[in-house]
Design a binder for this molecule. Structure first.
Ligand code: GLA
Length: 690
């Protein structure tokens, strides 16, 4: 099961939707693909109505011709199942399989993702079209991989969902007494006497039951995983090609990346940069660090990015010249074995006609297509990065397995914790798991420090620093795992309100952040959220916002105290913590546990991180990295490669030893990187870690 081999090098290409064009355009597609160095096309993603125009009647002729044409021209196919976009005949025949919103509105056909994952008719139709495709193309030599569905993430409500939810709850709790206890249904007279009284948490009069809502999110994620698994089982039976589904990485979450990755042969992500300049580069690093982390040693691929546009607020901005090259190389530095785009050619009509493409509306004689071609050539010079790493890994017969980067710092990432932070009725509506994780990741990126994501109950022993920015809910196993990590010499940083809830979303008695209280050496007696828009001063000269607490020390030392708040803050409660500990540290065994009980400003956050990194002896992968000069070491074959990217700003000094595989130039010591410069240095000295 290989997606890449010594002949393919790094995969390069994108979503290819020839069903949207007349066949006379196809030959021109091939000509331009060859010109750009495209070696991979993802086909069929939303093509259900072209493949199955009526129930059970398949039209494979056009797809046969497309696959043969690509194959004849040396372009590999990632074949999709089209199940994210049911055709009109399906919705007409099965209106109950349309999605229903939380408000109880059943949506109609007319866009994509118009399906209800709990509807038996949808599941059967999806399975049938997946089987038909796998039977016809499963053994075709052009098929490099399967791309099942597109961006799983649809949530639905309604009677079919209620029934599935009850079945899921019965499996989880066994009996109603247990469910009533875990959901604490004695509050507001919610005690259930029969299973069929239970509904999915649709819009109701006032605050919903918190654990019911959390369980529904867990259930919805499991339902999507079941849809994915059904297709995996069908395709596996009929094809040896590896299987993936493209993860969407937005600020909302409807599935669990970890278990979707476990079910996949390789991970793939769609990444759309949401900021300009260095912040966009930081966001790119965030996405690819997630992909590599979720993959846990399996290969990963960038399945979609935009060739030219960035959605910033309500405008679609153009990428600056060179940006798509730099962003792509960032992904490769972090382990991607392929760089693909949504999509190949710009349509002149259809919903996404202004989404940028590899071949723009204005055609081949454009800056964008020239950069795409340049990128193809650049990636073509990096083929050795997908070499088989070692005898042990080759036995597994997958490319790029095992360690591709080796960050010593990890950020805790957990779907349950994300959903817990969305609970209504918390003391602040400012919690966002995604925002907190991204803020810490961004701060580290600007410090030049590379980072993984990890679930706290995974193996933490390969890290020196574990950061826990917003893990409001923690299981006993996760709390024990973090303690074991610190006792063994690791350094942890835990942010406010983390560890306040147990795995059932119940507050742990005895003080907030109770799951981590012993480890942190503090008792959080009282929560003192700071009014919206207010800041308070810390005695290290930084400011902070959002949150403060009345903390009693139980072994921890104080690193920083709250000084005093603004006048408005005093009037509105923001300064109540004046004089109290803001940041503490507890030494445990050979390690330490730092607690940050507020939201420091950017400089304050960098200071907290610098402190713990210094304690753990963690440094960037190259001297001078940070603040827009990116240094990432990627392991491949038996050796290592140092990627240096100077995101356009100013010349930067660093130092490295190795030969740049892009230009063939050898470097041996101090060097200056001009804005936009990129080097991929094959290092003679470093060797691949286990
Ligand atoms: C997603 C989808 C694509 C396309 C892009 C546009 O990633 O998978 O089909 O809609 O968004 O940004």
């Amino acid at each position: 099961m290989t997606v890449t081999d010594s002949t393919t090098g790094i995969l390069f290409g994108g979503d290819y939707n020839p069903e949207q064009w007349s066949e006379d355009v196809w030959a021109d597609d091939i000509r331009l693909m060859k010109q750009a160095g495209v070696n991979t096309a993802s086909v069929g993603i939303f093509a259900w109505s072209s493949i199955e125009p009526e129930e059970g009647r398949y039209e494979f002729g056009w797809l046969d011709r497309v696959i043969e044409m690509l194959h004849d021209n040396g372009i590999g196919v990632i074949l999709a199942t089209p199940t994210a976009s049911p055709p009109p005949w399906f919705s007409k025949a099965h209106p109950e399989a349309l999605p229903t919103t939380r408000e109880g509105v059943r949506l109609v056909h007319g866009s994509r993702d118009t399906y209800n994952p709990a509807a038996p008719a949808y599941r059967a139709a999806a399975a049938a079209v997946a089987r038909a495709l796998a039977e016809r193309y499963g053994a075709h030599p052009a098929i490099r991989a399967w791309h099942l569905h597109n961006e799983y993430g649809t949530v639905s409500y309604g009677p079919l969902v209620d029934a599935e939810f009850r079945t899921w709850l019965q499996a989880r709790y066994g009996d109603l007494a247990t469910l009533n206890r875990v959901w604490h249904t004695s509050f507001w007279s919610q005690g259930y006497a029969a299973w069929d009284e239970i509904l999915a948490p649709q819009q109701t009069q006032y605050l919903p039951n918190p654990t019911q809502v959390l369980d529904f999110k867990r259930f919805s994620a499991d339902l999507l995983l079941a849809c994915y698994q059904e297709q995996i089982d069908i395709v596996r039976e009929l094809s040896a090609a590896p299987i993936t589904t493209n993860f969407i990485l937005p600020p909302w979450l409807h599935f669990d990346h970890w278990n979707f990755a476990d079910a996949s042969d390789f991970v793939s992500i769609d990444h759309y940069v949401d900021a300009a300049g260095a912040d966009g580069a930081a966001h790119t690093a965030f996405g690819s660090d997630q992909a590599r982390s979720f993959a846990r040693g399996k290969p990963w691929l960038l399945m979609e990015q935009a060739a030219n546009t960035t959605q910033v607020g309500k405008r679609i901005l153009a990428k600056v010249p060179g940006q798509v090259l730099a962003n792509s190389v960032q992904h490769v530095a972090r382990g991607a074995f392929g760089i693909l785009f949504f999509q190949w050619r710009a349509p002149y009509s259809g919903a996404e006609f202004f989404h940028s493409t590899m071949v723009p509306h204005a055609g081949e004689n454009t800056r964008v297509f020239r950069e795409v071609t340049e990128l193809g050539a650049l990636l073509g010079r990096m083929g050795e990065l997908v070499a088989q790493p070692s005898a042990a890994d080759s036995a597994a017969d997958t490319p790029v397995t095992g360690v591709v980067n080796r960050p010593r710092v990890a950020i805790a990432w957990d779907a349950d914790a994300w959903w817990a932070a969305e609970t209504a009725g918390l003391p602040s509506d400012g919690f966002s798991f995604h925002r907190s994780a991204r803020r810490v990741h961004r701060a580290l990126w600007f410090m030049g420090v590379n980072v993984d994501f990890v679930r706290l109950d995974h193996d933490l022993s390969r890290y020196d620093v574990v950061l826990v920015p917003s893990q409001l809910m923690v299981t006993d196993a996760q709390a024990a795992s973090l303690r074991g990590f610190v006792e063994a010499g690791g350094h942890a940083v835990v942010w406010y309100f983390s560890g306040t809830f147990d795995g059932d979303l119940h507050i742990i008695p005895g003080g907030y952040s109770g799951a981590f209280a012993d480890l942190l050496g503090v008792r959080v007696e009282e929560l003192l959220p700071i009014a919206d828009g207010e800041t308070v001063e810390l005695d290290d000269g930084h400011t902070a916002s959002d949150w403060s607490e009345r903390i009693e020390l139980r072994g921890a030392e104080v690193l920083v105290r709250f000084a005093h708040g603004s006048a408005q803050g005093r009037a509105r409660g923001g300064a109540q913590a004046a004089g109290l500990p803001a940041i503490t540290r507890n030494v445990v065994g050979a390690g330490s546990a730092t607690y940050v009980s507020t939201e420091p400003d950017d400089a304050g956050l960098a200071a907290v991180l610098a402190n713990v990194l210094a304690r753990a002896g963690v440094e960037p992968d190259a001297p001078g990295a940070g603040d827009g000069l990116e240094a990432v070491r990627r392991y491949a074959g038996e050796g290592s490669y140092l990627f240096l990217i100077n995101h356009p700003d100013r010349p930067r000094e660093t130092s490295a030893v190795g030969t740049d595989i892009l230009s063939g130039t050898a470097y041996d010591g101090p060097l200056t990187m001009e804005p936009g410069d990129m080097l991929v240095l094959r290092e003679a000295s470093a060797s691949r870690p286990n």
